[in-house]
Every structure is written in C-alpha cells, then in structure tokens.
Design a protein around this ligand. Structure first.
Ligand SMILES: Nc1nc2c(ncn2[C@@H]2O[C@H](COP(=O)(O)OP(=O)(O)OP(=O)(O)O)[C@@H](O)[C@H]2O)c(=O)[nH]1
Ligand SMILES: [Zn+2]
Length: 172
C-alpha cells in the first residue's frame, strides 16, 4: 500500500503566508525609488576611477519569475561629486527587486548613477546565473551571462575603458 494523502503536513500550514511574504519581499523594489539612496552626495576632487567590484545581487527574470543572481562591478570617474560607497549597492538592490532583464538592470543602474552625480564616465558590468536556464528549459547549469553598460569617457576613450576593465579583470 502506498502513502495515502493525509492532509497538509504541519510544516506547510503557514506556507501560503510565507510565500506571499516572500513575493512581497523579492518585488519590493517596484515600490521604491532607486535614486533615493544616491541623493546624498559629497564633493570630492578625486578625478580617477572609483571601482566597486563583486557586489552581489539577486533578481527575478521577467519571463519566468525565476531568480537570476550574480555580481555587479561598478566603476566611475567623478566630476566633483561622489556618493557613499554603500549607496550604489543599495540602489542596485532596489532595481534588482523587480521583474527584470539582466540587460535592463545593467542599463538602469548605469542611468541612476549618471542622474545622481553626472560622472565623467561610468561603467557597469554584471555577471549572472539565470535559474530559468540552469534548472529548467535548456538546463545549462554553468552558463554565466555577462552584460555591460558604458557611458561618458569610457565610451570614447579606449585606454580609460581598458584600465577599468583590467581592474575588473575582464577583457575589453
Ligand atoms: N535577453 C535576456 N533573456 C533572458 C533573460 N532572462 C531570461 N531570458 C530568456 O528569455 C527567453 C524567453 O523565451 P521564451 O521562448 O518566451 O520562453 P521559454 O519557452 O520558456 O524558453 P526556454 O527557456 O528556451 O525554454 C529564454 O530564452 C530565457 O533564457 C535576461 O535577463 N535577458
Ligand atoms: Zn527566465
């Protein structure tokens, strides 16, 4: 005789509420302004690269509502103003907590940094694993997707772009 259905296991009694809370948490960014963390800025005459590497993020692919996650690298050359280092990850967390495309997440983060401090140049590189590719569909567990968005001097000055990419350890 097989196992008969005997009703919900005790551990599942609160599962609907947990699931609702989880979805509210992972989509909280829909109700938040990604520019908010970047509103407080500081004057600073540093005119070379500021690079924050390996900022972990978790997001949600808009096609399957499955997680994609990885790291972001954000580099910029200030034009007189900088933001607190923790504020860029805070802004990323807001943008990531929405149904996203990795490409759009990358360009939106670039855009909010431009809007906040109008840097001489800004570059965002993101590397991510998409669980809609690793656990279902094509089932490629090790595929990593890299996206980048480049603005300002990094767009036109190949040497500046090379420098920041070598600090990130990526080829141009
Ligand atoms: N460009 C891009 N594609 C994504 C991203 N996240 C998921 N996708 C892809 O979106 C596509 C959606 O394709 P569909 O054909 O509509 O969906 P599907 O039938 O489930 O596709 P398969 O995953 O190939 O089974 C898939 O190829 C996903 O790999 C992303 O951030 N950027
Ligand atoms: Zn997907």
């Amino acid at each position: 005789m097989g196992l008969l259905w005997g009703g919900l296991p005790e551990g599942m009694e609160e599962t609907p509420q947990r699931v609702a809370k989880h979805w509210a948490t992972i989509t909280r960014g829909l109700h938040q302004d990604p520019l908010e963390p970047l509103k407080k800025t500081f004057t600073c005459d540093h005119d070379e690269i500021v690079l924050i590497k390996d900022i972990s993020f978790n997001s949600l692919c808009e096609h399957h509502l499955l997680p994609f996650f990885g790291v972001a690298h954000v580099g910029y050359i200030p034009s007189g103003r900088v933001v607190g280092l923790s504020k860029i990850p805070r802004s990323l967390d807001i943008l990531a907590a929405r149904p996203q495309l990795q490409e759009r997440l990358t360009s939106e983060l670039t855009q909010v940094i431009e809007d906040a401090i109008a840097p001489v140049g800004v570059i965002v590189v993101m590397e991510a694993t998409h669980t809609c590719m690793s656990t279902r569909g094509v089932v490629k567990a090790n595929a990593i997707t890299t996206t980048s968005c480049v603005r300002g001097v990094f767009k036109t000055d190949f040497q500046a772009r090379q420098e920041v990419l070598s600090l990130i350890n990526k080829d141009a």
